[in-house]
Write a protein that binds this ligand. Structure first.
Ligand code: SF4
Length: 315
């Protein structure tokens, strides 16, 4: 099996939190209980809270076994990708197998909506790092920022996260996504900070639209403002550092690898060079060809160009 024939594994991709991260995509594009205004994947096409085995666990595990035979240079294996991973009812089983088969830590990136269920919390608590998201302080702001599927109650969402903390000794990192002028009034950020403290995460990370968001109006917060807002958190809140990885020099990439990565995650030229250990000239050559053949598009965000793979529906 070649890496480019994987349907559920992607990358390793550059991640500002997780270094060089092998992604496991547990949902079809784009299946999520949220439709966040800042989502870098675009709008949610299947907004749902129904959990099922969207992607068969056996297919994922076959690809993972193949990857582990050939390549184990990753800082994390991340359950993330085209939607909300905890909507896949087999996500806990996949964490178990990763732990059994290798020593690479597992990161679960979740919006937290499924944590209202006891069994989902038990499965989630097995991940080495659970990255939760919080960008709202009440139901109305949740509806604006995250546009959840009908039935998601803000109070239950927060309680699910607090209850996870009660049973989880592994790392819980809380990402607070701020969109300039939407959830950045100091009083509102103070309310988010208070809720964040009630969840007692090990880390709080502030994020903003450094990659092209789903909605143009989800504008990035200027760096000085982000630093000022970080001071409103009782627990130290860090704006997320730019990507870097010790493994970058060990990786070689083909044009197909670059395309698969860009189909999952918009990257700058510099990020591609960092994660794949490519020389700028070589990465530029791939980018140029992929642009000319319409397989990727470019989009300017502040002073940087981001490249995004044109999504191909899976058959
Ligand atoms: S929860 Fe994540 S995948 Fe879902 S819409 Fe929000 S940012 Fe996108």
């Amino acid at each position: 099996m070649s890496k480019t024939s994987y349907r559920h594994l992607f990358g390793p991709v550059p991640s500002r939190r997780f270094g060089r991260s092998l992604g496991i995509d547990l949902t079809p594009f784009k299946t999520c209980s949220f439709d966040c205004i800042f989502c870098q994947l675009g709008r949610t096409t299947n907004k749902t809270a129904i959990a099922t085995e969207y992607v068969p666990a056996q297919e994922v595990l076959t690809e993972l076994a193949d990857w582990l035979k050939n390549d184990t240079a990753a800082d994390f294996i991340s359950l993330a990708g085209s939607g909300e991973p905890t909507l896949n009812s087999a996500f806990g089983q996949i964490i178990d197998v990763v732990h059994r088969e290798c020593k690479i830590p597992v990161a679960l990136l979740t919006n937290g909506t499924q944590l209202i269920h006891d069994d989902v919390r038990l499965q989630a608590a097995k991940a080495d790092v659970i990255k939760l998201s919080l960008s709202a302080w009440d139901q109305q702001s949740l509806d604006v920022m995250n546009r959840p599927v009908d039935g998601v109650q803000f109070s239950e969402l927060i309680k699910g996260m607090q209850d996870l903390r009660q049973i989880c000794n592994n790392q819980i990192w809380l990402e607070v996504f701020l969109a300039w002028g939407i959830n950045t009034a100091p009083d509102d950020v103070r309310k988010i900070a208070k809720l964040a403290a009630s969840i007692a995460p090990d880390k709080i990370q502030l994020n903003t639209a450094v990659r092209p968001p789903c909605e143009d109006f989800a504008r990035p917060v200027p760096k000085e403002q982000l630093l000022r807002l970080a001071e409103l958190f009782e627990t130290k809140a860090d704006p997320i550092a730019e990507f870097s990885s010790d493994h970058s020099s060990q990786v070689q990439a083909t044009e197909a690898d670059v395309l698969v990565t860009l189909q999952r995650r918009p990257c700058t030229l510099g990020q591609l060079c960092a994660v794949f250990g490519l020389h700028r000239n070589e990465a530029s050559k791939y980018i140029g060809k992929l642009l000319r053949t319409g397989q990727i598009v470019e989009q300017r965000k502040d002073s940087e160009w981001y490249y995004t793979g044109v999504h191909q529906a899976k058959s």
